[in-house]
Design a protein around this ligand. Sequence first.
Ligand SMILES: *[C@@H]1O[C@H](CO)[C@@H](O)[C@H](O)[C@H]1NC(C)=O
Ligand SMILES: *[C@@H]1O[C@H](CO)[C@@H](O)[C@H](O)[C@H]1NC(C)=O
Ligand SMILES: *[C@@H]1O[C@H](CO)[C@@H](O)[C@H](O)[C@H]1NC(C)=O
Ligand SMILES: *[C@@H]1O[C@H](CO)[C@@H](O)[C@H](O)[C@H]1NC(C)=O
Ligand SMILES: *[C@@H]1O[C@H](CO)[C@@H](O)[C@H](O)[C@H]1NC(C)=O
Ligand SMILES: *[C@@H]1O[C@H](CO)[C@@H](O)[C@H](O)[C@H]1NC(C)=O
Ligand SMILES: *[C@@H]1O[C@H](CO)[C@@H](O)[C@H](O)[C@H]1NC(C)=O
Ligand SMILES: *[C@@H]1O[C@H](CO)[C@@H](O)[C@H](O)[C@H]1NC(C)=O
Ligand SMILES: *[C@@H]1O[C@H](CO)[C@@H](O)[C@H](O)[C@H]1NC(C)=O
Ligand SMILES: *[C@@H]1O[C@H](CO)[C@@H](O)[C@H](O)[C@H]1NC(C)=O
Length: 857
Amino acid sequence: MEKQPQAFWLCALICINLSSLLHLVEAQDDQKGFISLDCGLSPTDLPYNDPSTGLTYSTDDGLVQSGKTGKIQKEFEAIFSKPSLKLRYFPDGVRNCYSVNVTESTNYLIKAVFVYGNYDGLANDPSFDLYIGPNLWSTVDMHGRTNGTIEEIIHRTISKSLQVCLVKTGTSNPFINTLELRPLQNNTYNTQSGSLKYFFRYYFSTSDRTIRYPNDIHDRKWYPFFDSKEWTEVTTDLNVNASNSYKPPQIVMASASTPISTFWPWNFTWTLPSSTTQFYVYLHFAEIQTLKSLDTREFKTPKSTLPPLINALELFTVIDFPQLETNQDDVVAIKGIQNTYGLTRITWNGDPCVPKQFMWDGLNCNSLDISTPPIITSLNLSSSQLTGIIAPGINDLIHLQELDLSNNNLTGGVPEFLAGMKSLLVINLSGNNLNGTVPQAILQKKGLKLNLEGNSDLICPDGLCVNKTGNGGSKKTNIVVPAVASVAFLVVLGSALAFFLVYKKKKTSNIEGPSSYTQASDDRTTRSSEPAIVTKNKRFTYSEVLTMTNNFERVLGKGGFGMVYHGTVNGTEQVAVKMLSHSSSQGYKEFKAEVELLLRVHHKNLVSLVGYCDEGENLALIYEYMANGDLREHMSGKRGGSILNWETRLKIVVESAQGLEYLHNGCKPPMVHRDVKTTNILLNEHFQAKLADFGLSRSFPIEGETHVSTVVAGTPGYLDPEYYRTNWLNEKSDVYSFGIVLLEIITNQPVINQSREKPHIAEWVGLMLTKGDIKNIMDPNLYGDYDSGSVWRAVELAMSCLNPSSARRPTMSQVVIEINECLAYENSRGGTSHNMNSQSSIEVSMNFDIGTTPGPR
Ligand SMILES: *[C@@H]1O[C@H](CO)[C@@H](O)[C@H](O)[C@H]1NC(C)=O
Ligand SMILES: *[C@@H]1O[C@H](CO)[C@@H](O)[C@H](O)[C@H]1NC(C)=O
Ligand SMILES: *[C@@H]1O[C@H](CO)[C@@H](O)[C@H](O)[C@H]1NC(C)=O
Ligand SMILES: *[C@@H]1O[C@H](CO)[C@@H](O)[C@H](O)[C@H]1NC(C)=O
Ligand SMILES: *[C@@H]1O[C@H](CO)[C@@H](O)[C@H](O)[C@H]1NC(C)=O
Ligand SMILES: *[C@@H]1O[C@H](CO)[C@@H](O)[C@H](O)[C@H]1NC(C)=O
Ligand SMILES: *[C@@H]1O[C@H](CO)[C@@H](O)[C@H](O)[C@H]1NC(C)=O
Ligand SMILES: *[C@@H]1O[C@H](CO)[C@@H](O)[C@H](O)[C@H]1NC(C)=O
Ligand SMILES: *[C@@H]1O[C@H](CO)[C@@H](O)[C@H](O)[C@H]1NC(C)=O
Ligand SMILES: *[C@@H]1O[C@H](CO)[C@@H](O)[C@H](O)[C@H]1NC(C)=O
């Protein structure tokens, strides 16, 4: 199927500074914020300074709940420094996590060192996975790594606590020797998305010295590298002023490489794991030669009299962390409960909900889609030998629907706060030693299923319980009746109200607002499967359909579900009648439910459903007529007329974006379109854009497919690769498809073209952009008649919509704002022109051969 778009991002940092000799300022106490753990060090051992670096290491005790300590064997000790000699290993449980206090929203350099050293005497190299929070960071495989291995990543923290987890993947026990965290300056190593996994970090010198703390205040490790055949070394004894935020070490910046000949490019090649790997390169420059008065050193300009010079280079691959952590308030609450009851279950560490396979036992969580944090919906501590009172912390699990604390030794009263927990539907406190009076508010709570049996000292206020509970537990009594009664009443009232509102709305007003749809959808959940009164007058008979289409006289086109005909209702209103091929009754009920929903969705940028026909085999959908066809036809010139100019194109996508935004945010429940593409953007007689074909894809198979709902629907090329991979539908899939539409209006290229250098449009645009000029991708039919600032913004927006990780894509609301700004740029043309054409050209023109084919380095 579709490959993910391949994109290259390059970041260049340039600091060309020459300074006079300064005396070396090396602050000694600035391990500020450093966390350096010697894993396996005894809690009674005091923190110590590692003589080779001066770093202060302390025990990991208290930061991890589990694991045993060990030591590498004597024969391996010689080549390792002290912090690597001891280790912690994890024979119990699948996932074991370190939980470290960090500053939130801060980039951290995180380093973990693994030295097996046959600590267990099994002489069997372990292999296991490493996670940060709920996301896989790396697989550690010690095979052939007698000198140990280091995993390093630059990762931005989300909350005040960071979890590093070791996960058993086979039979061997995960282990770790040291864990180090170094906060970085906020404005450095930022990415568009994802974290930066270390690939290499070189400084160009013939020295053999590896540099880290204290020379590097961030404790990055710089390895020397030099290609003596191609390069000349330049060094200085002066102190280099490299006082930019990245703070490269003096020693690193005091040497550099230049090509042997002034006229040669400086060339550096590396091999990436795959051709789709995204990576960041950081280039560190400092002029360390004293230039003669007529000398200039510039890259890629004819003016330059000196060859290029570079001091250091860092390379990272981008690693996406799509899974969000569990809602932080829920995490704090559940940890509080864990403390209160002193629960030491082996699964109760790391993120409580995700990844799903490591969810804490006794919990249930809800994660509707991966762009919202999971929440805890059920806590079951039945038969867990709990003692003491019902923990007040439970009140903080505000999303809780089920609470089962049955068969423990809980004492004290039934706390009143349980009545105030809005989502709670089930409470089971049976089989405890609770006493006192059950609060009235709980007994009266609507919809609550409450089980208090077997609490012999519990008193129930008169009249509220069907049977009193103070019966020694011999009689099983569930106190549920009053609650159910009020629920039933509420449902009846609720649907009556909904009908009234909808009916009234129809009669009196055309103004549509989100709130009325909330009402409408509530309505949907309670209605029966019979056609409802309110929609009856939108229901047409088959003979009416025949009349309105004049016996299917004029074909408008062939849609995904069947033929589309022109028609007229009430003599004047033009409509498009879509006949549905209805072979089986499967999905029919859903069809009806959705039609009823769609009949109520009104937005100026959504093609509205005028009515439907549902008569035996004959199913039809009747839409408002869109006189000017679809956007694709206009882009391809099929409809004749003049080519759409840039401003019109922007207007059309702004309107389409608004329609989509409405489906996502204005409808309750939100609707995912699932088939956003240029042929589904229709234009009416005033060239107003409206989205067509939303919603139905759930109940009707796409042409050629026989199954519904669970299959991945959509159009090749527009399909969100993440959705395709995970089968997890969310509105960000529409954002992806919308990004493709943006690229189409920019380039007017086919979405997939096998004869192109890169068949998929996103990959092709990514490739062309690395080659430089935006003109290469623009639709030539526009003849350069556009504001380049506006186009750049549109391209950037499109690329962000196409982020492989749905969580990193903007929401449609953000897209609407952004694209309106593009339009504003274009409208204000004639004023200052924004020349952004030169942006991001530095990295590509630097003679870096970003080869993806294997080659010598
Ligand atoms: C981490 O922070 C929490 C709350 O802010 C505090 O209770 C705990 O002691 C801290 N842990 C360490 C190891 O500093
Ligand atoms: C980085 O920025 C965040 C807020 O944006 C702030 O909380 C944090 O303290 C900053 N970290 C550093 C190291 O400046
Ligand atoms: C381990 O390091 C030593 C030098 O310290 C080196 O000679 C040896 O080749 C290394 N072994 C491996 C497997 O990399
Ligand atoms: C280093 O360069 C920066 C910016 O060019 C300047 O602000 C700073 O004063 C310089 N530092 C020294 C010690 O020369
Ligand atoms: C750079 O080096 C690679 C491999 O060493 C070589 O294939 C390539 O042609 C060189 N590029 C330039 C511009 O010299
Ligand atoms: C809680 O777990 C027990 C088994 O451990 C199960 O019997 C019970 O049904 C669960 N409670 C709920 C509310 O699902
Ligand atoms: C509750 O505690 C009592 C003693 O206080 C003990 O005998 C009993 O076994 C406990 N019950 C449970 C279910 O743990
Ligand atoms: C506790 O009661 C709830 C609701 O009545 C029930 O679903 C659950 O299975 C019960 N728990 C046990 C351990 O029986
Ligand atoms: C409930 O039991 C506790 C002891 O477990 C006792 O201190 C308290 O007074 C009792 N409350 C009532 C209302 O009986
Ligand atoms: C209440 O208890 C009585 C006996 O004490 C029993 O006959 C009756 O069925 C019970 N009612 C309910 C609703 O359980």
